[in-house]
Design a protein around this ligand. Structure first.
Ligand code: ARG
Length: 401
């Protein structure tokens, strides 16, 4: 009996070549799965291509809502930015795509699951680990890595086998949460990203001359509406991508540390992600206590690192999500942002749970008992002041410069 393999199929060169090779080299019966996470592709065309290249069955799975609610919104709660800048768009989608491939493999009684990632990147780690975690009995095949496929070889093979090839200047990965662009002239880290890498964002200099103000409403850490209109999660993210992108917000140029140890340069467009994370973080600053904020920053950055590294199913990632979720139950309120010529600024925030107290902080009122501060400072700095006594000489501490 021939082997049954389920391939995560994007319709691109790598996975198209793999679809053919699996039949040719291992005599596999191949089932293809394309997961819609908001990439702007023609899914009917992809399906047609899969069948033309010999797939015995094809699945197109719309996972946009699941992606937004269970992955993107978890990332919003965690203010997730890898290396401080990358909103993890590609990284978040991988465990979801891989889990859909596993679902199909189990339903179809397949023997193997297959992905088209190279042996140099992060995506192979994310796919492999999701496959191995969810269904350890399935064989994982990664042809690009295992069979040493190179771009040139693939191009030649594609031409020979009637696989349509488009010459592309960059390697692009896209979903609702962002666009990742890598390769081509971007491989020279000194080169400024040319305008043709961007499709979601206007050049900031050519963005509208009048700013747009938006009020984003959050409930328990996640956005639920904009400017008084409640919106479903997918529409909300799409809407912010559009509005913030028009104003040139959300361009990121990053030298990042890959899991395998290489440094790479990737350019991202993530207008909605940057807007939501910035607004959410601001709202948290008004609501959470100073101690919670300090500690959450550590939890947030570890959450982002684990997700980047393909460790979505690592117990620590899940435990951090639980911890973050418990603080987020208070994060309800409105944030007003201004979008203008590539810049995003938070210009106002309001929450029933805000710890900001106008009566105490105002220069104009006096409900705060200032006399309490005298004793507070005495004890607060007690050790620091005492520790310097030893350096007292001639009535004055000699300062370290
Ligand atoms: N560097 C990003 C990550 O590891 C994106 C990877 C996919 N990028 C691409 N242009 N194909 O998450």
């Amino acid at each position: 009996m021939s082997m049954k393999a389920v391939l995560a199929y994007s319709g691109g060169l790598d996975t198209s070549v793999i679809l053919k090779l699996l039949q040719e080299r291992v005599g596999a019966e191949v089932i293809t799965v394309t997961v819609d996470v908001g990439q702007q592709d023609d899914f009917t065309e992809i399906e047609g291509k899969a069948y033309r290249l010999g797939a015995v069955k094809h699945y197109t799975i719309d996972a946009k809502m699941e992606f937004t609610e269970n992955y993107i919104y978890e990332a919003v709660k965690a203010n997730a930015l890898y290396n401080g800048l990358y909103p993890l768009s590609s990284a978040l989608a991988r465990p979801l795509i891989a889990s859909k491939v596993v679902d199909v493999a189990l339903k179809e009684g397949a023997d193997a699951v297959v992905h088209g990632c190279t042996g140099k990147g992060n995506d192979q780690v994310r796919f492999d680990l999701t496959f191995k975690t969810l269904a350890p009995q399935l064989k994982v095949i990664a042809p690009v890595r295992e069979w040493g496929l190179t771009r040139d070889w693939e191009m030649e093979y594609a031409v020979k086998h009637g696989i349509p090839v488009k010459t592309k200047a960059y390697s692009i990965d896209e979903n609702l949460w962002g666009r990742s662009i890598e390769g081509g002239v971007l491989e020279d880290p000194l080169t400024e990203p040319p305008e043709d890498v961007f499709t979601w964002t206007s050049p900031p200099g050519k963005a509208p001359d009048t700013p747009t103000y938006l009020t984003i409403e959050f409930r328990e850490g996640v956005p639920i509406g904009v400017d008084g209109d409640s919106m479903d999660p997918v529409s909300l993210v799409k809407y912010l991508n559009h509005v913030a992108g028009t104003h040139g917000v959300g361009r990121i140029d990053l030298i990042e540390d890959r899991v395998v140890g290489l440094k790479s340069r990737e350019v991202y467009e993530a207008p909605g992600a940057v807007t939501l994370i910035t607004a959410h973080k601001d709202l948290e600053r008004a609501i959470l206590t100073k101690r919670s904020l300090d500690f959450k920053e550590i939890a947030d950055s570890e959450w982002a690192r684990l997700v980047y590294q393909g460790l979505w199913f690592e117990p620590l990632r899940e435990a951090l999500s639980t911890f973050i979720g418990s603080l987020e139950s208070a994060v309800t309120g409105d944030v007003r942002v201004k979008l203008y010529k590539g810049a995003l600024s938070v210009v106002g925030r309001d929450s029933p749970n805000s710890l900001y107290d106008f009566e105490s902080i105002s220069y104009f009122r006096s409900v705060f008992d200032q006399k309490l501060s005298t004793g507070f400072i005495e004890l607060f700095g007690l050790q620091a002041v005492r520790a310097n006594r030893k350096r007292l000489k001639g009535g004055r501490v000699q300062q370290v410069v």
